[in-house]
Design a protein around this ligand. Structure first.
Ligand code: BES
Ligand code: MN
Ligand code: ZN
Length: 508
């Protein structure tokens, strides 16, 4: 998607000849003397259009307006979530029309958050999955596709930075959605590794992909146990983004990369099993974050770790009751082979120790129990560190990608006790999202740690079935909040820096 920010007033928009124009109108609109103002004024006066968020009026060939296709969108008080809703409706209204370029014009001055929301929402609404669709849907064969979005605001100076951040984020969200959507046979561990390697073309991004032998050498017995039932070779992906000094401790992101989860010998039922192609959404979100980091170049260091494999049942597959030794040395009784996410993650968490991280955040479609607890609105958040938890909650609110903290009381760990190993990999149905987190916590004692259970938020079922790209927005917002001043723009000490506090790194 090609995004542009433009200084644009309604009078100019009315005279512009573009393929399609969407005008965002907030409460308290005061019409000027131009043709668009006249159109909005008439529509408001007749009651055919309201400034309520989500209200929409399509018109064609309005008098005095150069562009034929005009959509009026209400954004209420202009809050970011209302702008998002309006833009989504506006782009949806244009879907199916041959329009390849859309201009979104704010009728009134807006804040940075609104510009950011509009940009992200336009990218989100315009995304269409095509990778495994037939020729008819290929844009090369004439299938229409929105490829250009211009955002028009009365004053670009205020919006420029937010806009650029949003463009980077949108690219990350799109990459995450794309990989999560690909079916298991088009997103194998090997292919995920190649996707990660492709990101190493970006500035300051490096990638290393380990194979089965390296994984065995590292002693990742839990990860290996999951991978051993599949003909697809496992991959352990290590991404690095170096935007700050070497001495700066990195944030480590760990993404669950189960490219297909059959449940293994504890086989899942057939209905809806196809949805388990989304079980690498955590990994996809890490790829998306790195895509955006390469574009936005914040001043911080980030490591991305992705244990990638399939969870399959075959003659060599791990069996219920098998005991394996994790990289940490802890032994694990695998009572249910369908609780595989925590097995691949625990070894990645141990691997993370070598980076002496300032924080480790794992992202996983981990439990059906989390879907029952929080549905598709908020991701589940667990954390051993209050400052880290607060920073993630705040980032989620800011990015309209919210999460909700759940408890980690020690009493929940009782369920994981077993007579045959240090820990069992399941603890029964009650509090299933929490016992899964308690399992992971045993491998995360060396650093401040947070766990995001995105089983309910990373993808949608029903007719709009597909990946959402969450929680790329939350993670990026958190990382950008952690970053020091950008190298080029860094205030070098002195009055301004001392006054604004920007000279110092804000840490959480
Ligand atoms: N990938 C699933 C979790 C999941 C379920 C994600 C539904 C998205 C939607 C995970 O590997 C799994 O199978 N978890 C089990 C754990 C149980 C065996 C303790 C579950 O949630 O049922
Ligand atoms: Mn499973
Ligand atoms: Zn799974």
């Amino acid at each position: 998607m090609d995004f542009q920010l433009k200084s644009l007033r309604l009078a100019e928009a009315a005279a512009m000849s573009v393929p399609a124009l969407a005008v965002l109108v907030a409460d308290g609109f005061e019409p000027g003397n131009d043709a668009l103002s006249a159109l909005i004024g008439r529509a408001l006066g007749s009651g055919d259009f309201k400034t309520d968020a989500g209200a929409l009026l399509s018109s064609y060939g309005a008098q005095g307006v150069a562009v034929d296709r005009v959509v009026l969108l209400g954004i209420g008080d202009g809050a970011a979530h209302r702008v998002r809703k309006a833009v989504a409706a506006g782009v949806a209204a244009l879907k199916g029309s041959p329009t390849q370029s859309l201009t979104l014009c704010f009728a009134q001055p807006v804040d940075a958050a609104a510009v950011c929301a509009a940009t992200l929402a336009a990218g989100d609404a315009a995304y269409v999955y095509r990778t495994t669709k037939g020729k008819r849907d290929n844009p090369k064969n004439g299938a229409p596709r929105l490829t250009e979005v211009q955002i028009g605001v009365p004053n670009t100076a205020l919006a420029r930075e937010a806009f650029q951040r949003a463009v980077g984020m949108a690219a990350g969200v799109e990459l995450a959605r794309e990989w999560a959507n690909r079916p298991g046979n088009h997103a194998t561990p090997t292919q995920l590794g190649q996707a990660a390697q492709a990101l190493a073309k970006l500035p300051a991004v490096r990638c290393e992909v380990l194979g089965p032998r390296d994984i065995a050498k590292l002693g990742m017995g839990a990860f290996q146990a999951v991978a051993q039932g599949s003909r697809q070779e496992a991959r352990f992906i290590v991404l690095r983004y170096d935007g700050a000094a070497k001495s700066d401790a990195p944030v480590v992101l760990v993404g669950k990369g189960i490219t297909f989860d059959t449940g293994g010998i504890s086989l899942k039922p057939a209905p809806e099993m196809d949805e388990m192609k989304f079980d690498m959404s955590g990994a996809a979100s890490v790829l998306g974050v790195f895509r955006a980091l390469g574009e936005l170049k914040p001043a911080l260091n980030v490591v991305g770790l992705i244990p990638a494999c399939e969870n399959m049942p075959d003659g060599g597959a791990v069996k219920p009751g098998d005991v394996v030794t994790s990289m940490s040395g802890q032994t694990i009784e695998i009572l249910n082979t369908d609780a595989e996410g925590r097995l691949v993650l625990c070894d990645a968490l141990t691997y993370a120790e070598r980076f002496k991280p300032r924080a480790v955040i794992d992202i996983a479609t981990l439990t059906g129990a989390c879907v029952i607890a929080l549905g598709g609105v908020r991701s589940g958040l667990f954390a051993t560190d209050d400052t880290l938890a607060q920073a993630l909650v705040a980032a989620g609110e800011q990015a309209l990608d919210p999460c909700w903290r759940l408890p980690l009381d020690e009493d929940y760990a009782e369920a994981l006790k077993t007579n045959f190993a240090d820990v069992a990999n399941v603890g029964g149905r009650p509090g299933g999202a929490i016992t899964a987190a308690k399992f992971l916590q045993r491998f995360a004692s060396a650093f401040p740690w947070a766990h995001l259970d995105i089983a309910g938020t990373a993808w949608k079922g029903g007719s709009a079935k597909g990946a959402t790209g969450r929680p790329v927005g939350l993670l990026l917002q958190y990382l950008l909040d952690q970053a020091g001043p950008a190298p080029g723009r860094a205030p070098k000490g002195g009055k301004a820096a001392a006054k604004s506090g920007q000279g110092k790194r804000k840490r959480a």
